[in-house]
Each structure stands twice: as structure tokens, then as C-alpha cells.
Ligand binder design. Structure first.
Ligand code: ADP
Ligand code: MG
Length: 258
């Protein structure tokens, strides 16, 4: 079995498309025959809902994986989608930051649990909107960070904080952590500001920015309330096409040398 690649989908801002990207990139990779696990690491549990696992079916969660003595195997659930598994989350996780803050090895809890895994080609971690212990655990466990960036005025400012955290994790715990890469989301062709921010991002970050841009697409925002990825909800939508194209570009970057 091939090596598992672990990707943290992170940005400390909420509402920028982290969960949408984790779900739909995951679904697109699974559609291509890759074995994918999504770890919902946000106490809000949006990825769990969006993948059709309602609160009453989240018996064991990412909280149990991190804070209790549960294995990845025990906390994983199959989803309705072939090749796609999920570790769900719920509000139990909201106390994790505080509860784990005095544990020794607290930044390596997830890394230890994921290192047992040989079952998957890709593990995508859907991070909460903060740069706290949960996101740091994801970055310490990951091979790379994928950063969704909503094209709006303060987007690049927030990004420098995130890049600083990546640098710190590299210096202390995970020297091989890469940024791969920055994904422009909810883009609007008719909006000048959106276009300006995209141009700025490409100027400043160059090759870090994915060529694929995710457009604002109403089908993408409807899909979660139908408890499925947009690739199932509306396979021919612009949102589906965009995430399939992201999966292709993502896979070609995995092949390229670092
Ligand atoms: P985050 O996980 O970063 O908080 P979400 O992925 O939950 O962000 O997205 C925030 C909101 O925007 C959600 O309601 C989601 O359905 C919607 N959304 C995300 N991406 C798009 C898009 N490309 N087009 C339209 N709506 C989107
Ligand atoms: Mg989210």
C-alpha cells in the first residue's frame, strides 16, 4: 500500500471555505479511486453534517481520538460515498484546547494517532477557525497545509499570521511541513475587489497559489443542507467542476518534487 499523505486544511478565519474544500476535494479524490479519510477537527462539526453524519450518529469523535484512548480505526466511519471515510466531531471538542493544554506531548496527539494508519492514500484534516492547539495538532501531523483564501480585503493580512504559525511548527515539531498551496475561494468575476485580491495574492505568493480558482456557486452552498458533497448533489455544477479540477492540480503537485 502506498504512503498516506496528510493535509491540514487551515485558515484561522471562519467562513473562507475550509470545510467546503475538505469535503469536496475529498469527494473528488475518492471519485478518482483514492482512499480518503476526512478528520473533522472543528467543534462545529460542519464537515460531519455535510457528509451526512448527523449529531446522533457521532458516537465516537475526533475528541475521543485526541483526548481519550481511542484509535483512528475506532473513530472512523464509512460515509455514503465510496472510498470516503470520516472521523466526525461535535461540541465535545470545544473544551479540548483548555483540557489538553497541560498534557505533555499535547501538540503531537493527532500525529501519534495518524501514524498508525496505512489504510488511506489521503487524510484531509478540516481545521477550526483558530490557530490554537487543534490547528497546531493538525499541522504537526500533516505533510502539507492547504489554505483556502476568500478573495476579500483583509485576506492577505490574516495569511501572514498563518504563515508564521507554519514557520513555528517547522522549527519546533515538523521540519518537513509544506504549504501546498493557497486556494482562492468564492471568487466573483464581476467583483473588482475580488479580482484585485486574486492578483495581489498571485504577485505575493507566486507558485503557492493554485491555478484552479473556486467560483462563488450557489450549488456549493446548498449541498451541505442536503448532507452531501456538491459532486453528489449536483455533479454537473460549476462547483463540482472546480473541485474536480482542484483534485487534478492537487494530484499533479503531489507528484512534483518539493
Ligand atoms: P469555513 O469552513 O472556512 O468556515 P465553509 O466551507 O463552511 O467555511 O464556507 C462558509 C459558507 O460559505 C458555507 O455556508 C458554505 O456553504 C459557503 N461556501 C463555501 N464555498 C462557497 C462557494 N465557492 N460558493 C458559494 N458558497 C460557498
Ligand atoms: Mg469549517
Amino acid at each position: 500500500m502506498s504512503e498516506t499523505r496528510i493535509i491540514a486544511v487551515a485558515n484561522q478565519k471562519g467562513g473562507v471555505g475550509k470545510t467546503t474544500t475538505a469535503i469536496n476535494l475529498g469527494a473528488a479524490l475518492a471519485e478518482g479511486g483514492h482512499r480518503v479519510a476526512i478528520i473533522d477537527l472543528d467543534p462545529q462539526g460542519n464537515a460531519s453534517t455535510g457528509l451526512g453524519v448527523p449529531p446522533e450518529k457521532r458516537e465516537l469523535t475526533s475528541y475521543d481520538l485526541l483526548a481519550a484512548d481511542r484509535t483512528l480505526e475506532e473513530t472512523l466511519q464509512a460515509t455514503a460515498i465510496e472510498n470516503l471515510w470520516l472521523v466526525p466531531s461535535n461540541s465535545d471538542l470545544s473544551s479540548a484546547d483548555f483540557q489538553l493544554s497541560s498534557r505533555s506531548g499535547r501538540t503531537h496527539l493527532l500525529r501519534r494517532k495518524l501514524s498508525e494508519s496505512r489504510e488511506f492514500d489521503y487524510i484531509l484534516i478540516d481545521c477550526p477557525p483558530a490557530l490554537g492547539l487543534l490547528t497546531v495538532n493538525a499541522m504537526v501531523a500533516a505533510d502539507s497545509v492547504l489554505v483556502p483564501l476568500q478573495a476579500e480585503f483583509y485576506a492577505l493580512e490574516g495569511l501572514s499570521q498563518l504563515l508564521m504559525t507554519v514557520r513555528e511548527v517547522r522549527q519546533t515539531a515538523n521540519p518537513d511541513l509544506r504549504i501546498d498551496g493557497v486556494l482562492l475561494t468564492m471568487s466573483d468575476n464581476r467583483n473588482n475587489l475580488s479580482q484585485q485580491v486574486e492578483a495581489d495574492a498571485r504577485n505575493t505568493l507566486a507558485g503557492l497559489v493554485y491555478r484552479t480558482v473556486i467560483p462563488r456557486n450557489v450549488r456549493l452552498s446548498e449541498a451541505p443542507s442536503h448532507a452531501m458533497p456538491v459532486l453528489q448533489y449536483d455533479p454537473l455544477s460549476k462547483g463540482s467542476a472546480a473541485y474536480r479540477s482542484l483534485a487534478e492540480e492537487f494530484l499533479s503537485r503531489q507528484m512534483a518534487p518539493a
